[in-house]
Ligand binder design. Structure first.
Ligand code: UDP
Length: 248
């Protein structure tokens, strides 16, 4: 039996404040039970995309599990009065799920990132987690008319867990649009996680993550993200306004 945690409403996005361990239990439990579970790890950028795009907001609302990724989401949940035990970062969740998939003998498909990256992430994964069953890989650069071939490739691999690394919002839109035709039980977007696993992009040191400064580290490593990050102060202001409207 897996626990169901009620959602914290952050700017109309229902975020489920699971711990990392609780999220892994819930997801693996659902996959083993044969239940479909569409997971979004929602950082502030994703929540803000939902404010601008009503269709994307509906996709976020339709997810079975929206997890608090990023210092911004954890801060927002807490400042709106919810109990949010910890950050459930997409990359860390992905790694924990890979480990649990080995223990449970579950089959995995890696979809996304530039040509060669998912293969490199698979090789790395097989080296770190002997026995892991990555039954298919496919890069994330494709034309719309290739979608049905991609779906066939994923389904015929027999994968039970699909990780899609197309970046937000593309990965959530793709998974939501094609979910009914896909046979894996887990559908989850993981952004740049294959790049990190393959060693092409580095994650912030643990002390930086613990100081809630991973966003700053990413900006330092990839200054081209600057424009994307302008949304973060807007997120803070929106949450504070929302809070004072609720309390005032
Ligand atoms: N990507 C992709 N197809 C696309 C656009 C992006 O596969 O059409 C990949 C890109 O190569 C990268 C990932 O999606 O591996 C996005 O990484 P980013 O760091 O921007 O994602 P975040 O973790 O910030 O959501």
């Amino acid at each position: 039996m897996t626990e169901i945690i009620p959602a914290a409403e952050i700017l109309r996005v229902p975020v489920h404040p699971y711990t990392m361990a609780g999220a892994v239990r819930r997801i693996i439990g659902d996959v083993i039970a044969g239940l479909r579970i569409f997971v979004v790890t929602a950082n502030a950028e994703i929540i803000m995309m939902g404010q601008k795009d009503e269709d994307y907001l509906q996709i976020l609302k339709s997810a079975d599990l929206v997890l608090p990724d990023g210092a911004g989401t954890v801060w927002a949940g807490r400042s709106l009065g919810y109990e949010v035990p910890e950050r459930v970062a997409g990359y860390d969740l992905f790694i924990n799920l890979l480990q649990e998939a080995v223990a449970q003998n579950l089959r995995i498909f890696f979809f996304g990132a530039a040509p060669g990256v998912a293969e490199a992430a698979k090789a790395k994964c097989e080296q770190i987690y002997p026995g892991v069953r990555i039954v298919g890989v496919r890069n994330g650069y494709f034309k719309n008319d290739e979608t049905s071939d991609i779906i066939d490739e994923i389904n015929s691999s027999g994968a039970e867990m699909l990780f899609a690394a197309l970046g937000a919002p593309k990965q959530e839109v793709w998974l939501a649009r094609n979910g009914a035709a896909l046979s894996p039980r887990l559908l989850m977007g993981i952004g740049g996680s294959f790049d990190v696993l393959a060693g092409r992009v580095s994650r912030a040191p643990k002390w930086v993550q613990n100081a809630s400064l991973e966003w700053l580290y990413r900006l330092y490593k990839q200054p081209s993200r600057f424009r994307r990050m302008l949304v973060l102060p807007k997120f803070v202001i929106k949450v504070l306004r929302n809070k004072s409207n609720n309390t005032g």
